[in-house]
Design a protein around this ligand. Structure first.
Ligand code: DP6
Length: 328
């Protein structure tokens, strides 16, 4: 009744922002992502008849049952208990190898790892598709951390039809995401809350009208492995996401001055001939997207940026998996 899973975070090239169904986390649109090799969450779950309530420890800190984090975990465990016909409470210990809550998509790796560890600990044998659907109920982007490599989340319009699939394995394309960490300050507005405001942006209908063709375009670009076209589209998509955030009510500004400085530097470096692009999520850190051969030149330049606190170099990665090394 004990199981451990390790899951990657993922970076969306086409973003998930806005939900058709808040409870089921059915997104307004499909999204495309890549699993990240160096942003990992490991989670051990053990169900036990001796526990009176679920216990949660994240990065060495224990969370009381009435905390937001523990509430979200217990709600997710309840889904798995219901499915397995189990009433036992669980001990959950989770370890991130990166700063959480700062926009590095810790909820994606967290809920992917929790889903797979809890399902295995509960004795459930579920297909990749079922695990992706289940992970989605915990955090939307988590459904994309289940399959391998480059992933598409098919938005669907029901619990059954909304899940993620692998488009290509990790070794298909040598894309690297160098995460430039500029601050480990926690974000003020969570993605879940921010997304509730998406529809209030006057530009949201414009985004939705164009998103289907955009997904087809990026899939064509990925099929051709056309990096400059890929980078241009990914960067434009990130700017569009933030245009929606900036123009929603309440208006959301996730960038720090340091984020903007890096975004401008990327454009300057590109003008100087370095093929690098950026994308940004709900946080201050900037994801620098390039091909593997460019990483040494890029990291050289980054060393000289005083605002940079940490660099995390990610290659495409496989999805979630069970491991034998339990955390307790
Ligand atoms: C900007 O998956 O964190 O990173 O479903 O409410 O948990 P919830 O939201 P979440 O949102 C991720 C938003 C994003 C874009 C993306 O990863 O696609």
């Amino acid at each position: 009744m004990k199981a451990t899973a390790v899951a990657p975070s993922n970076i969306a090239f086409i973003k998930y922002w806005g939900k058709q169904d808040e409870t089921l986390r059915i997104p307004e649109n499909g999204s495309i992502s890549m699993n990240l090799s160096r942003l990992l969450t490991t989670t051990t779950v053990q169900f036990s008849a001796e526990l009176a309530e679920d216990r949660l420890t994240i990065d060495g800190q224990s969370y009381p049952p009435d905390s937001i984090q523990a509430g979200r975990v217990t709600a997710h465990l309840d889904r798995i208990r219901r499915r397995a016909g189990l009433s036992e409470r669980a001990s959950v210990v989770s370890q991130n190898n990166f700063p959480s809550g700062t926009g590095l998509s810790s909820s994606a790796s967290a809920f992917a790892a929790l889903t797979v560890a809890a399902a295995a600990a509960a004795g459930l044998r579920l297909s990749e598709r079922e695990l992706s659907r289940l992970a989605r109920l915990g955090s939307g982007s988590a459904c994309r951390s289940i399959p391998d490599g480059f992933v598409e989340w098919l938005p669907g319009d029901s619990h059954e039809s909304s899940y993620a699939v692998s488009l290509y394995p990790p070794d298909y394309w040598d894309i690297v995401d160098v995460v430039a960490v500029v601050s480990v300050e926690k974000k003020e507005v969570s993605s879940t809350r921010g997304q509730q405001a998406a529809r209030s942006s006057p530009f949201f209908p414009v985004r939705l009208a164009r998103i289907g063709p955009k997904i087809e375009t990026i899939k064509g670009i990925m099929a051709r492995r056309d990096f400059p076209a890929f980078g241009e589209l990914v960067e434009a998509e990130a700017i569009e996401l933030h245009a929606i955030m900036l123009t929603s009510t309440p208006s959301l500004i996730y960038w720090f001055p340091e984020s903007l400085k890096l975004m401008r530097l990327v454009r300057q470096w590109r003008a100087e001939g370095l093929p690098v692009y950026f994308t940004v999520n709900t946080g201050q850190d900037v994801h620098l997207i390039c091909q593997k051969s460019v990483v040494p030149a890029l990291t050289d330049r980054l060393q000289d940026v005083p605002e940079l606190q940490q660099m995390i170099i990610n290659e495409p990665a496989q999805g979630v998996r069970l491991i034998d090394a339990h955390l307790f």
